[in-house]
Write a protein that binds this ligand. Structure first.
Ligand code: GLY
Length: 412
């Protein structure tokens, strides 16, 4: 799942909302105005402020959005898709940054992010799944990725709660997890400590004057000026008005429904690592937290802005997860939620400068928003502080205008 500025969907079974943090007073004209206070907006603002840039974040509920919904898998290897090797490099670069990134956040804020080096087991339940996983394993190893094939018995030895019918799987010890809610809370605190100001309101329009972005207009008509504006509003990014058509980010909402179960205190250990599978063509994963939470996700639905939790979505997730780990049905179901991933045409993020002077994008992270948070912060800080304002070499494939350029027949 991903980061966005959208509100979490109302849920029949809800957890407490993210703690509200008192607003700080915004600078009159910040150097950098970040639209969106999800993980991507927060990390961009924090890193910008660390570079000495006066920075403001505009979001009605910073630290919420899709970070409140996402499971937090850091699954560069197990979520590898054919044709996405370029994205893989960025995913791996971000995964490598995670230990130092979360350590820095915890040192600065005293807050734990729930980063857990637990590894992942991707299993197959039938002959077709097994053949698919075998192919994926060949692909992973051809790229030099660490992934070990295990037979069904070895999978169950590793995770005894797995169904007896598991036919084999991939052990990927480098795919870990973080708790996105805790991560968002730590980023919010770190940003505040670095001097970032927060405007708890919705930006509805980017102001563009003589081809230059000069800030945003809020829902109540207030105008906020800025030296540079970064659009980091997740799936909402294309809904912010005022941009020329070729600069509107090509992002769309991709709905994910997710469940949270709780392992009761004193219950035998359930899973020691993330377990996932593709069941009847749908991804299902179970992410066990150290605090006893078991996150079960996720649907992937292209239904526009709908964030309803449906009986069908919950049924399918529980049915598929039950095939994988039958014991889940005895656990309390504590929460159901739906969020919106910001899908981009190639599933990769849109980063850096646009054809409107002073406007940058940090959006379109689709299924990888949590994973890509550290590297996105670094990329955006480099762009915002470099003399030429261009992307660093390792991120040039993710330029904000690459789709518009392709449409115009120019090199992306
Ligand atoms: N990366 C997990 C998801 O998007 O569901």
């Amino acid at each position: 799942m991903r980061t966005s500025a959208s509100e979490p969907a109302p849920s029949p079974i809800t957890a407490s909302p993210p703690k509200s943090v008192p607003s700080s007073v915004p600078q009159p004209v910040p150097d950098v105005l970040v639209v969106g206070g999800g993980l991507i907006g927060l990390v961009t603002a924090w890193r910008a402020a660390q570079q000495g840039l006066r920075t403001t974040v505009v979001d009605p509920a910073p630290g919420g959005g899709a970070a409140h919904v996402a499971a937090g898998m850091l699954a560069a290897v197990t979520e590898l898709q054919y044709g996405e090797q370029t994205l893989l490099d960025l995913n791996l670069a971000s995964a490598d940054r995670y230990p130092a990134f979360v350590a820095e956040l915890t040192d600065l804020t005293g807050l734990d992010t729930g980063y857990r080096r637990c590894g992942t087991l991707a299993v197959a339940l039938d002959a077709d799944d097994r053949a698919h996983l075998r192919d994926l394993h060949t692909f992973q190893t051809s790229l030099g990725l660490e992934s070990q094939w295990l037979g069904g018995r070895d999978c169950r030895r590793l995770e005894p709660m797995l169904a007896p019918g598991v036919r084999g799987g991939l052990r990927v010890d480098g795919d870990h997890q973080v708790d996105p809610r805790r991560l968002a809370a730590a980023l919010l605190r770190a940003a505040e400590l670095a001097g970032v100001a927060f405007v708890r309101a919705r930006a509805v329009r980017v102001e563009v004057t003589a081809g230059r972005a000069t800030g945003v207009v809020l829902a109540d008509g207030t105008v906020l000026g800025a030296g540079r504006t970064v659009l980091a509003a997740g799936s909402e990014s294309a809904r912010v008005a005022g941009l020329p058509p070729d600069v509107v980010p090509p992002v769309r909402p991709v709905k994910g429904q997710i469940l949270r179960l709780r392992i009761p205190p004193g219950h035998a250990p359930f899973l020691s690592r993330t377990v996932r599978a593709v069941v009847r063509g749908s991804h299902v994963y179970l992410v066990p937290r150290e605090n006893g939470e078991l996150v079960l996700g996720a649907t992937s639905e292209e239904f526009g802005w709908d964030t309803t939790v449906t009986a069908g979505g919950v049924y399918e997730l529980l049915r598929d997860a039950h095939e994988l780990v039958p014991g889940i049905t005895e656990l309390p179901l504590t929460e159901t939620l739906a969020g919106l991933r910001p899908g981009s045409p190639d599933n990769a993020p849109l980063l850096g400068p646009t054809d409107v002077d002073g406007l940058l994008l940090a959006t379109g992270h689709h299924r990888n928003g949590v994973l890509l948070t550290p590297v996105t912060g670094d990329v955006m800080a480099e762009v915002l502080t470099s003399a030429d304002g261009e992307l660093p070499p390792y991120a040039t494939a993710f330029g904000a205008q690459r789709f518009a350029r392709t449409r115009q027949g120019q090199p992306a």
